[in-house]
Design a protein around this ligand. Structure first.
Ligand code: CO8
Length: 381
């Protein structure tokens, strides 16, 4: 058995970003237009007036100040409130594969590797573009890998850590020399921008992690141990799926009066419950895993946590380190990226790990829908 290491990571981010002020101005314009159009129904008690959002609330409740998106104009257009992504023919690369490819190329360049050094591609993401063929196989093809394999998997926000465990196991068992784990997340397409409770939460990005057999090179991060945990919860849900059209009544063409499909099932959550239930689940998991690896809190240099909520991360970091923790201990990237689902902890790691020294230890930890949580303890080589 040969151990796998994280040789490098890669990042792609959209060019456009939406600040809280821009987002809230658009949302509040939508609320005014809706309330005006529904004024009589609201008066009769047949409709409920919508409340405006506030940039102060968003930053205080979540720590988010802005988010990158693939299409800013479509999201902010109150007649649309969804990104515009031009359709592509089957002969063109799909957008999810394209952004994933960008992150892969970044990771390969940083490690000085070519696609021919890689035997597998695993795409782990919350929202996959289609059922098949796998986005991972499209990336494998676009990279020009002459051999090997690719497959997609979805464990919501924990897709990256679960995929890393799968890749590390395959490398250790001799199935591959190196595997690219890719996390393309276009969360803006699955977010209800008309929902005051969640319209500020997500952003778009793609990350890649190159895992490789340790003896094939130098540098990177040794994987000290991985741990995966799931516990069923309805508190974060997305009911989009291929059976949606079968649930329609006869005569229902599946199209709303404004032409949009009724099947556009979007992200929903009970944010408060998630906060309360996930913090202890994740803190306990990290602490137990640390003890099993024989690591004391003082030996931990950094935690790269899932990026959903700053207050949540500060609480988890405090429990892991057993003291007040924040800043360098638990880097924050959600202020500019928002929640990017599976990519969040990987962006935190990618942007905040070069300054560590050989022997420094930390944990990459994801948590989210399912519930699902994954921890990957690493040591800098
Ligand atoms: N502006 C102003 N006020 C608001 C707004 C707003 N936008 N929204 C709510 N309020 C008000 C409420 O009305 C409420 O008022 P009142 O007290 O008078 O009733 C008050 O603010 C407080 O509301 P909440 O209790 O809901 O607010 P919280 O302080 O709990 O903050 C959060 C809400 C930010 C959602 C917080 O609960 C949170 O971050 N929870 C954790 C969420 C989390 O970690 N989720 C992970 C999900 S992501 C995941 O797993 C990946 C899935 C992949 C999806 C990708 C596709 C998009």
């Amino acid at each position: 058995m040969s151990a796998a290491v994280i040789r490098s990571t890669g990042l792609w981010r959209p060019e456009e970003s939406i600040s809280n002020d821009e987002l809230v101005a658009s949302f509040n314009a939508y609320v005014s237009a809706y309330n005006e159009a529904q004024a009589e129904a609201i008066e009769r008690g047949e409709a409920v007036a919508l409340s405006p959002s506030s940039a102060e609330f968003v930053e205080k409740a979540s720590g988010i100040k802005s988010r990158y998106v693939v299409d800013k104009a479509g999201v902010l257009d109150i007649k649309r409130m969804a990104p515009r992504i031009a359709p592509r023919s089957n002969d063109e690369i799909a957008i999810l594969a394209e952004i994933g490819l960008n992150a892969c190329r970044d990771a390969l360049a940083r490690a000085g590797r070519t696609p021919q050094d890689v035997d597998g591609v695993i795409v782990g993401a919350s929202n996959l573009q289609r059922a098949y063929p796998a986005v991972a196989i499209e990336i494998q093809d676009a990279l020009g890998m002459e051999d090997g394999f690719g497959f997609d998997m979805n464990v919501a926000c924990s897709s990256a850590t679960f995929a890393m465990q799968a890749a590390a196991d395959m490398i250790a068992q001799g199935h591959a020399r190196a595997i690219l784990v890719v996390n393309p997340e276009i969360c803006s397409a699955h977010l209800n921008w008309r929902d005051r409770d969640s319209h500020f939460i997500f952003g778009d990005v793609a990350t890649a992690i190159l895992l490789e057999r340790e003896d094939l090179g130098e540098g990177g991060w040794r994987i000290l141990g991985t741990r995966l945990r799931t516990k069923f919860s309805n508190n974060i849900r997305n009911n989009f799926g291929f059976l949606n059209r079968t649930e329609r009544a006869d005569g229902d063409d599946g199209v709303r009066a404004n032409g949009s499909p009724k099947d556009d099932k979007l992200f929903v959550q009970e944010g408060r419950k998630v906060f309360k239930e996930v913090v202890p689940m994740v803190s306990d998991m990290i602490r137990e895993h640390m003890e099993e690896l024989g690591l004391a809190p003082e030996q931990m240099r950094r935690v790269w946590l899932h990026q959903a909520n700053i207050n949540m991360n500060l609480m988890i970091a405090r429990k892991v380190f057993g003291r007040e923790a924040g800043g360098e201990d638990a880097p924050t990237i959600l202020d500019t990226f928002a929640n990017t689902s599976s990519a969040g902890s990987i962006i935190a790691f990618h942007l905040n790990s070069d300054d560590l020294s050989a022997g420094d230890k930390g944990v990459i930890c994801s948590f989210g829908a399912g519930y699902s949580a994954g921890s990957v303890f690493v040591e800098k080589l």
